[in-house]
Design a protein around this ligand. Structure first.
Ligand code: NAP
Ligand code: MG
Length: 403
């Protein structure tokens, strides 16, 4: 037997596309395979294979994720019109992330990797702010119409016996617009459970906010379901872990977030999460430092980088040019997944390896060695831009000293 770190259950490995696929292999070769007897069940979610299998590979990968509990995913192309001829596609396949999220009924948590020398635009944010976005309903599944003058618009609900209930939206004297949105209790409760599990997992407070003072039925339902799930299923666990569930009005939450030092999970309704995650990500700096994990309400995890396949760099790479692509978020996807696997399988050595690899990665940047995207954000005096592979080798030289 080798003296590499042993694993028990395999990790579900989902490979991807373009520059991130190149980085994926480099990370494995330079930072993982020399140290871990890596056990993975491999699914190639690269667009070529998805097209070849009529996207069945994505479904198989999601099922494996459900079976084993922990997956690590590389960024993948979501096809658009331009990709049809580029990859000679049979169909414009759906986003793999969308497919996996739907199959897991999961919530995406995005958290920045904090590095000294890269100061957020809000300098008081010294700890990460993790955003959880509810990914079902509201305006993303809406129904909307323009309304002519002298029209009455109503909400109409018909029950299974044909009984109708109506409510006036507006009596239009002049032309206007209306919109119908919905959500379902079950999805809101799943979202609440995912957030509360993740808060317990990461030992961070959980904040949730809506506009319940104005939306007394719709948004208030979110508030009530969160409160009920918390009271009946999580209160004792939160108290034992020394963390807090905190509800406030969305306006108040925004003000508190800006003044905060970070270090909590901010659960957002679908639209709030869409907007706020982009704001928070930008304020923390580079996409290359944003990590992401999909968590299902029953505790299945899929770790990835928040960024895409870094297409422009890939085309440079294909021309034989060196790129300076940031692998931090993809490394942290691996460490997140390995640590979780270690926790579930009771392998403290694997968890310790994940910690040390993260430490070596952060240390590399803090010592001034970084990829091009970080150079303009970094306040260090002696900073040096390195290429994609050199960055990984620099991390490895520091990792060796920690092991
Ligand atoms: P992107 O790949 O995130 O890249 C956007 C730009 O951000 C890049 O062109 C690059 O800027 C910079 N960037 C992002 N990650 C970086 C990194 N690790 N290191 C250095 N720079 C980085 O997004 P996109 O260009 O919109 O999408 C490209 C493809 O990725 C699309 O096919 C899309 O469908 C897919 N995508 C996948 C996922 C996913 O799988 N989770 C998420 C988003 C997008 P410069 O070029 O200026 O250096
Ligand atoms: Mg957005």
């Amino acid at each position: 037997m080798s003296d590499k770190i042993q694993m028990k259950t395999p990790l579900v490995e989902m490979d991807g596309d373009e520059m991130t696929r190149i980085m994926w292999q480099m990370i494995k070769d330079i930072l993982l395979l020399p140290y871990i007897d890596l056990k993975t069940e491999y699914y190639d979610l690269g667009l070529v294979k998805r097209n070849e299998t009529n996207d069945q590979i994505t479904i198989d990968a999601a099922n494996a994720n459900k079976k084993y509990g922990v997956a690590v995913k590389c960024a993948t192309i979501t096809p658009n019109a331009a990709r049809m001829p580029e990859y000679n596609l049979k169909e414009m396949w759906k986003s793999p992330n969308g497919t996996i999220r739907a199959m897991l009924d999961g919530t995406v948590f995005r958290a920045p990797i904090i590095v000294k020398g890269i100061t957020p635009f809000i300098p008081t944010w010294t700890k990460p702010i993790t955003i959880a976005r509810h990914a079902y309903g509201d305006i993303y599944k809406n129904s909307e119409m323009r309304v002519e003058a002298d029209c009455k618009a109503e909400l109409l609900v018909t029950d299974k016996d044909g009984n109708e209930s109506r409510q006036l939206i507006h009596d239009f004297k002049t032309p206007g617009i209306i919109q119908g949105v919905h959500n379902v209790d079950e999805s809101i409760a799943s979202f609440a459970r995912s957030c509360m599990n993740f808060a317990l997992d990461t030992k961070q407070d959980l904040w949730f906010a809506t506009k319940d003072t104005i939306s007394k039925t719709y948004d208030h339902r979110f508030k009530d379901i969160f409160a009920e799930v918390y009271e009946t299923e999580y209160k004792e666990k939160f108290e034992a872990a020394g963390i807090e569930y905190f509800y406030t009005l969305i306006d108040d939450a925004v003000a508190r977030v800006i003044r905060s030092e970070g270090g909590y999970i901010w659960a957002c309704k679908n639209y709030d999460g869409d907007v706020m995650s982009d704001m928070v990500a930008t304020a923390f700096g580079s996409l290359g430092l944003m990590s992401s994990v999909l968590v299902s309400p029953d505790g299945v995890y899929e770790y990835e980088a928040a960024h895409g396949t870094v297409q422009r760099h890939y085309y440079k790479h294909l021309k034989g040019e060196k790129t300076s692509s940031n692998s931090m978020a993809t490394i942290f996807a691996w460490t997140g997944a390995l640590r979780k696997r270690g926790e579930l399988d009771n392998l403290p050595e694997l968890c310790a390896f994940a910690d040390k690899l993260e430490k070596a990665s952060i240390q590399t940047i803090e010592e001034g060695v970084m990829t091009g995207d970080l150079i303009p954000l970094c306040s260090l005096e002696n900073k040096q831009k390195v290429d994609t592979e050199t960055f990984l080798r620099e991390i490895d030289s520091r990792l060796k000293k920690l092991l």
